[in-house]
Design a protein around this ligand. Structure first.
Ligand SMILES: NC(=O)C1=CN([C@@H]2O[C@H](COP(=O)(O)OP(=O)(O)OC[C@H]3O[C@@H](n4cnc5c(N)ncnc54)[C@H](O)[C@@H]3O)[C@@H](O)[C@H]2O)C=CC1
Ligand SMILES: N[C@@H](CC=O)C(=O)O
Ligand code: NA
Length: 433
């Protein structure tokens, strides 16, 4: 392929970065043909030059990140080091030196999206981030281009591969949480600090990006209601099975009737018959509901080096094509100012689990507490709790009809205060039933 090569600087040679380098080096001729110009990988920034990196030419490795992004003639910087600092500074420097940027860094975009997209526009360069949401699944561009003529009402899905892998292993194989987490780390699914995965920060950042794209309103990660999976007990998984459900970590972004948007991440029970229930391992899936299009579902690998690298290199080719034509791609305008609704306004169904004294009148008392808070109960199951001799307690499982979160929380607090309730009252939202 003839023509002046487009010069690419890669920041990060970890799980994703090493796969991106491999794809660029192995498929250079095809990528050049698709772009119409050759690509030249001019440097790969790593922390440690002594670490063996099979497949990565030693001549390309450098520890000088700032030197690479500000080097004369760099066309595209790919940021795959993660985190806020120094990733933000390096991206801004690359842009101010005229380079377009491709990143997979959802944590950074969800925290500093306004500054970064503003800087890209100011510099007249691209900032692409398909890999930042749901790995290999094309979802950023479908929302910002294919569906941009429609009115999106709901985006809901599984957007973290690590937690889906853990919950799936705990559900299908009875594996313990810690073993499943270590496997997810070994497979390259987890963030550098897996707390970001298991406490829901990663999914909240993705939910913020999805909500921003869907509703044309900049939503930050810290505005998203967030609960991770560390509180999910094996009893919850067993109880879900009894109800014909599985536990998933869901991200939900919804346009409410009053014009506010609800954006939340939390574990939820999902019926086995629902398509999200069959999303296994580190796969992700995202439902989009739009006024004209109806319901769409996007499914695929949500984490891992090669799948994520596929999305990064897809962006690289697109940005390179733009660059060759002297244009930048479309930017989703954030022209709305929807407020993020407080969690108390959310309505959904709930599963409530509580341990009570097994004696006459207790069930009626519990039902009365739900009724006082205007929460209608669809189903109640009672199981002996301990099974030990002399244990006069029972475990109650209740499934509610749709209720308001604020009412549910008050109901749970009242149940907790009841003398017949013997342990912490647990609840989990039920979606898609
Ligand atoms: N692993 C995955 O499945 C996915 C990861 N991502 C995102 O991709 C990015 C990279 O993730 P991974 O490759 O998994 O992480 P990683 O931890 O495997 O790789 C990051 C690399 O960057 C290096 N690094 C960090 N700071 C540096 C600095 N200041 N100078 C030079 N090198 C530095 C680290 O030493 C490490 O080798 C993150 O933003 C992550 O959120 C996005 C989608 C999926
Ligand atoms: N740690 C993330 C990686 C992809 O974004 C996940 O597990 O989904
Ligand atoms: Na994606």
């Amino acid at each position: 392929m003839d023509g002046e090569p487009l010069r690419v600087g890669l920041l990060g040679g970890g799980t994703v970065g090493s796969q991106v380098a491999r794809l660029i080096l192995e498929h250079g001729d095809d990528l050049a043909a698709r772009i119409g110009r050759p690509l030249e990988l001019v440097g790969i920034v790593v922390r440690n030059l002594d670490r063996p990196r099979p497949g990565l030419p030693a001549s390309l490795l450098t520890t000088d990140a700032e030197g690479l992004v500000t080097r004369e003639g760099i066309d595209i910087a790919i940021e795959l080091i993660g985190g806020i600092d120094p990733a933000q500074d390096l991206i801004l420097k690359a842009m101010s030196h005229g380079a377009s940027v491709v990143t997979a860094n959802k944590a950074l975009l969800a925290a500093k999206g306004d500054e970064l997209f503003g800087a890209a526009q100011h510099a007249g360069v691209d900032l692409y981030y398909e890999a930042a949401v749901a790995g290999a699944i094309p979802i950023v561009r479908p929302l910002s281009e294919s569906l941009v003529g429609d009115e999106i009402q709901v985006v809901m899905g599984i957007v973290n591969g690590t937690t889906n892998y853990i919950l799936d292993k705990m559900t299908a194989e009875g594996m313990d949480y810690q073993t499943a987490l270590v496997q997810a780390q070994d497979l390259g699914y987890a963030e550098a600090d897996p707390t970001a995965d298991v406490e829901g920060h990663d999914a909240a950042a993705k939910a913020a990006l999805l909500a921003s794209l869907a509703f044309h309103t900049r939503v930050r990660g810290d505005q998203v209601h967030r609960e991770g999976i560390t509180g999910v007990a094996p009893q919850d998984i067993r109880a879900a099975r009894g109800l014909g459900c599985v536990v998933k970590l869901l991200a939900v972004a919804k346009l409410l009737d009053d014009g506010q948007i609800s954006v939340r991440v939390h574990p939820a029970m999902v019926p086995n018959t629902h398509p999200l229930a069959s999303v296994k391992g580190a796969y992700n899936a995202i439902f989009v509901e739009a006024a004209a299009a109806g319901r769409l579902m996007f499914l695929g690998p949500g984490a891992g080096g090669a799948p994520t690298a596929s999305a990064v290199v897809g962006d690289l080719v697109t940005v390179a094509r733009n660059r060759s034509r002297g244009v930048v791609g479309p930017v989703q305008p954030m022209y709305n100012d929807h407020e993020v609704a407080p969690m108390g306004l959310v309505t959904t169904r709930y599963f409530v689990r509580l341990r009570v004294q097994d004696e006459p009148g207790v069930l009626a008392g519990v039902a009365g507490v739900f009724a006082r808070h205007h929460i209608s109960v669809q189903d109640v199951q009672q199981t002996p709790a301990g099974g030990k001799a002399g244990d006069a307690s029972a475990e109650l499982y209740l499934l509610t009809h749709e209720a308001k979160e604020a009412d549910l929380l008050e109901c749970v607090a009242d149940l907790q205060a009841s003398p017949q309730v013997q342990a912490a009252v647990r609840f989990m939202r039920v979606e898609g039933m």
